[in-house]
Structure formats: structure tokens, C-alpha cells
Design a protein around this ligand. Structure first.
Ligand code: ZN
Length: 285
């Protein structure tokens, strides 16, 4: 019954959206997200579900032990966002747990070899079974506390919740580099985690320009470098301008102010200029 009601609501949304399609740009997001959720409910209707006040976790029955730990951690992460960012959760966040890399790849139609421990997409969080990326460093059965600790400190929950929070707050009003910068900074603040490799060490690699990050973030060949630059630039802005200014920026984005205008109003200069200042002190420092 509930599913039927949601279908009807979805179809109504589509009808209203089509009717007002010229003015309906900002309405596209909720329609698309609702559609994505309904399709996932159909796709994974044979899986089990755990409901908590802030999250709903759907998982294949053979992952019941992992699901119990993950839903607990996810609930805590959601509460952290309420405390630190004043996030108002309107309805519980849907999370899907995938048993292996192949099933997650199939869900997103990725090429062979593409993988991730977590994905944020259209209002929903998708997680890979942590046993796949823990590589047997901990066994949930033999050492549940170690497993939980590794999942907490190295798992993707903070990162994916950060994407979700920013997207819900601003309805997607930000460039790609910005949401990756913010998600990495949240991880860094909450867990002390930074993605550092040889491939993204600025001492050995020519940095991408702001224009490159802004225009073609996902298509840049050195993804590790693109992520690292966005994170370091964002951290520099927090350190030099303060967290309150970042909050102000994000609230302007929530009001629909275009990103470049919001940046100029918050920091008194164009974003390219802020980026070049950061790059100059990083390269010379
Ligand atoms: Zn991300």
C-alpha cells in the first residue's frame, strides 16, 4: 500500500514537473531522487532492511552481521552531522549494502576494474561490503571490535554523508571539485584521514589549474591529484577564513546564489584568485 502511494506521488511529481517544465529546473532533483529510490526498492525488494530513526539500511540476508554494525555506525554519523552542521534530517537516509565489487559495479554500470568503498548518488548512499576492502585484516566473527574500529576509522560513511548533507542543503548548487573537497575535509576533521599517495604529491606533479578542476574534474587523468588539490585548497580556506565563512558560503548556495557569485561575496575575491593564492603558498612553502 505504502509503495503504491509512493508511486502515485512520484507520478504526480513527474506530471507537475512536465507541466511546468520551463520553470521546473529546480524541481528536477526531488523527482529524480524519488524515482531512483523507487527503482532501488524494486531492484532489491528481496533484501532485508533495518530501520533506525535517521537511516534505513537494505542488505542481502547473508550480510546480517555486517549490517548490524554498519547501521549503528551510520546512525551515529547522521547524528554527528546534526550536531556539527545543524543538519535537519527530513526523512531517514537510504543506504544499500552490496556483497561484492561485481554487484556494486553492476548497479552503476561501471567498466571492469572500477570500484569504490562507498558511493553517494541521488540522495542515497551505496556501500561495498567492508570485508572486500579490509582484505582480511580483521574478521567480524573473531574480532568484532577490531572490525568495527577499522570500519569506523577507514570506512566511507563520513565522506558519503558529507556529499549527502551538502546536496540536500544546496540542491546540487556547487561544482564537482567542491563537494569532493568538502567530503574529504569532513573525513579529515572527524577521523584524521587524508588521501595521500605518490601520485598526488604536489612536489612531484604539476598541479591542475582551477579551470581544469572546475571544468573537467571527473575526466582529469590523475584523479588522486585532483582530489588532493581540492582538499588542500578547501582546508586552506577554512584555516585562513574560518569555518563561519564556509557556513555562510554554503547557506548562500542553499539560497540558490550561483557558486562564483557566492564565493566573491563571502571572500571578497573570485574563486580563481583564492585558488592561485593557495597554490602559490603551497608550491613555495
Ligand atoms: Zn566523494
Amino acid at each position: 500500500m505504502k509503495t503504491t502511494a509512493r508511486w502515485i506521488r512520484f507520478l504526480l511529481w513527474v506530471a507537475v514537473f512536465l507541466f511546468f517544465s520551463r520553470q521546473g529546473i529546480s524541481w528536477a532533483q526531488p523527482v529524480m531522487y524519488e524515482g531512483n529510490q523507487l527503482l532501488d526498492e524494486l531492484r532489491f525488494h528481496q533484501w532485508a532492511t533495518i530501520r533506525k530513526p535517521s537511516v534505513i539500511l537494505t542488505y542481502p540476508p547473508q550480510l546480517a552481521d555486517q549490517a548490524a554494525v554498519i547501521v549503528d555506525e551510520a546512525e551515529k554519523t547522521a547524528r554527528d552531522f546534526q550536531t556539527y552542521w545543524g543538519w535537519q534530517i527530513e526523512q531517514p537516509v537510504h543506504i544499500y549494502l552490496f556483497p561484492d565489487r561485481a554487484s556494486l559495479r553492476e548497479r552503476f554500470g561501471w567498466e571492469p576494474g572500477v570500484s569504490a568503498s562507498g558511493v553517494y548518488y541521488a540522495g542515497t548512499i551505496y556501500l561495498l561490503n567492508p570485508d572486500c576492502w579490509m582484505n582480511q585484516t580483521a574478521s567480524l566473527k573473531e574480532n568484532p571490535w577490531k572490525w568495527r574500529r577499522i570500519f569506523h576509522s577507514q570506512g566511507p560513511l563520513h565522506h558519503e554523508f558529507a556529499h549527502l548533507y551538502l546536496d540536500q542543503l544546496t540542491r546540487g548548487n556547487f561544482p564537482r571539485w567542491y563537494t569532493e573537497a568538502f567530503a574529504q575535509w569532513v573525513e579529515y576533521q572527524a577521523l584524521g584521514y587524508e588521501w595521500k599517495t605518490k601520485a598526488n604529491n604536489l612536489r612531484y606533479h604539476q598541479p591542475y589549474s582551477y579551470r581544469e578542476l572546475d571544468r573537467s574534474f571527473d575526466r582529469l587523468p590523475n584523479q588522486a591529484l585532483a582530489y588532493r588539490e581540492s582538499f588542500l585548497f578547501f582546508r586552506y580556506m577554512v584555516q585562513t577564513e574560518g569555518r563561519k565563512r564556509i557556513d555562510r558560503l554554503q547557506h548562500m548556495l542553499a539560497e540558490g546564489v550561483p557558486f562564483a557569485d557566492a564565493w566573491r561575496q563571502c571572500f571578497g575575491r573570485p574563486v580563481e584568485q583564492s585558488f592561485d593564492q593557495w597554490l602559490k603558498q603551497t608550491v613555495s612553502g
